[in-house]
Design a protein around this ligand. Structure first.
Ligand SMILES: Cc1cc2nc3c(=O)[nH]c(=O)nc-3n(C[C@H](O)[C@H](O)[C@H](O)COP(=O)(O)O)c2cc1C
Length: 140
């Protein structure tokens, strides 16, 4: 099964989760500036909220790589709004890309809020989520 990890970050919070997930899955965490080079069964895609939306680079990655994408699995951080999956779904619904119901999300530090998050436990949880998800897909 071909697996990839892509993420977008401004202050490094989502990168922490991306690197934990990538390490657990023995792949490299790369930003959404790196296109997919081959058909990818599972893409773990990291994003965050900025002014109530995900960054346009994340959306354009999904559109530009749509023909190489099997299923997208969301992970991410935010200060208040919770999961970005709903914003990602708006794009995958237009491209017809499968999007996993399951996702990993945790608070991300922002000014005085959520200092130190994601922390080591968040990263461990993200890695465990990703490994469990892959195991489940491989058993299908
Ligand atoms: C310019 C800016 C706007 C933000 N807007 C939101 C927002 O609308 N809702 C929210 O929950 N978090 C918001 N945040 C907080 C980020 O989503 C949070 O800090 C996240 O962990 C950042 O991840 P990153 O370091 O990977 O970019 C904002 C952060 C920045 C820098």
């Amino acid at each position: 099964m071909k697996i990839a990890v892509r993420y977008y970050t401004r202050s490094g919070n989502t990168r922490k989760l991306a690197e934990a997930i990538a390490q657990a899955l023995n792949v490299e965490a790369q930003t959404v500036d790196t296109p997919l080079t081959e058909k990818t069964d599972l893409l773990f895609l990291g994003s965050s909220y900025y002014a109530f939306d995900v960054d346009p680079h994340v959306k354009s990655f999904l559109v530009e790589n749509q023909f190489k994408l099997g299923k997208v699995v969301c992970f991410g951080t935010s200060a208040m709004l919770g999961s970005t999956r709903g914003q990602i779904a708006k794009v995958t619904e237009t491209t017809g890309t499968a999007l996993a119901q399951e996702e990993f999300h945790c608070p991300g530090s922002f000014g005085p809020f959520h200092k130190g998050r994601p922390n080591a436990e968040d990263c461990q949880n993200a890695a465990a989520f990703a490994k469990n998800y892959v195991n489940k897909e491989e058993q299908k």
